[in-house]
Design a protein around this ligand. Structure first.
Ligand code: 5AD
Ligand code: FES
Length: 356
């Protein structure tokens, strides 16, 4: 699919054509990653952040937010819960927080890997190669870092640099793949200043980076952030809508058939009744039930009115299961690595048998 075709799909107005897009994405999903829906237990281990991303409620520039960091013991308890619920993976996520040191995270990863069968995904922001390599050798399997937008000017406007360091997330993602990580990235849909053309470029970037996981959600304005007050009403502005998010998701499935694609909580925030289900029916094959202890959830306020902040981990767990079963799909077993990653590993190791 070329740039113009992707743009046409993003702007398509004929409902019958869109029904065909959803059906095609669903078929490609089934043929390439199957009917299982993998569960990733999300542990939001802290909300301190040194960055000032214009859209994010955890920004260092935000005052009036109570901050927390979970202890190693609390995090390991969440991992034990993931095992109890039969999840194959835990996702350890936090703001960009230098006090989550290479040693602390490395120790946690090593402990989880030596005491549980879990795959470990890290999502800790832009970190140095040394730390990333250290965590990989401690046993971390995957890393998530969204590039947010492929429009470099827009990226720079909403991501003030830290000191004189210039972010280059696509380059970081490629280096992580070289280190042996299974690599996830993605974008927000409808950032003020983002055009349809930009989004088409984002979809092309998913393919160019050969991503193993692609996370997408609508941009949700946070009133206590600089971007929260902007409307982005330019003529070509991409709307931050549920519908456009599904289109990007369906197109992501078509250009990266072997990737794992979560149906995200930002979608559930726009449509709690059926956002997750529609995502799963339009290309997604992963959901991320929240394992974060209830007392911390309201503080991980990336955007306001986040779905499911009052539910306990147990409630999230049974809710997700019944949503998956209501679609006639089954809950994934095992770590659920992306077939894209497994194929890449086979190629680079010259090994013809499965690396798992
Ligand atoms: N609206 C929607 N998504 C957001 N994120 C951060 N802030 C917002 C917001 N206001 C997303 C970013 C980030 C991920 C952890 O959450 O894409 O990478
Ligand atoms: Fe979050 Fe059900 S969708 S607990």
């Amino acid at each position: 699919m070329d740039h113009d075709e992707i743009t046409r799909w993003l702007r398509e107005e004929d409902p019958e054509a869109l029904t065909r897009l959803w059906a095609r994405a669903d078929e490609v999903r089934r043929d390439n990653v199957g009917d299982q829906v993998h569960l990733r237990g999300l542990i939001e281990i802290g909300n301190y952040c040194v960055r000032r991303c214009g859209y994010c409620g955890l920004s260092a520039g935000r005052s009036g937010l109570q901050r927390y960091r979970m202890s190693a013991g609390e995090i390991l308890d969440c991992a034990a819960q993931a095992v109890e619920y039969g999840y194959g993976t835990v996702v350890i996520q936090a703001g960009e927080d230098p006090l989550l040191t290479a040693e602390f995270i490395g120790g946690l990863v090593a402990e989880i890997k030596s005491t549980t069968p879990l795959a470990v995904t890290l999502s800790l922001g832009e970190r140095g190669d040394e730390e990333l390599a250290h965590w990989r050798s401690a046993g971390a399997d995957r890393y998530l870092l969204r590039f947010e937008t492929s429009n470099r000017g827009l990226f720079d406007r909403i991501h003030p640099p830290l000191g004189d360091r210039r972010s280059d997330r696509p380059a970081m993602l490629l280096r992580m793949a070289e280190m042996g990580y299974e690599v996830g990235s993605g974008v927000m849909v409808g950032i003020p200043g983002q055009t349809y053309d930009d989004l088409a470029g984002d979809v092309e970037t998913f393919a160019r980076l050969n991503l193993d996981m692609i996370g997408l959600g609508p941009y949700i304005p946070h009133p206590d952030t600089p971007l929260g007050a902007e409307t982005g009403a330019g003529a070509d502005q991409a709307p931050a809508s549920e519908e456009l998010t599904y289109r990007v998701m369906a197109l992501a499935r078509l250009v990266c058939p072997l990737a794992n694609i979560p149906s995200t909580s930002a979608l559930a925030t726009l449509n709690l009744a059926e956002g997750r289900e529609l995502g799963l029916a339009r290309g997604a094959n992963v959901v991320m039930p929240n394992l974060t202890p209830r007392q911390y959830r309201p503080m991980y306020e990336i955007y306001p009115a986040k779905a499911c902040i009052r539910e306990t981990a147990r409630q999230c767990h049974s809710c997700m299961r019944s949503r998956i079963e209501s679609l006639g799909r089954s809950v994934g077993l095992g770590p659920g690595a992306s077939p894209n990653y497994l194929a890449r590993r086979r190629q680079t190791s010259g090994d013809v048998t499965c690396v798992q």
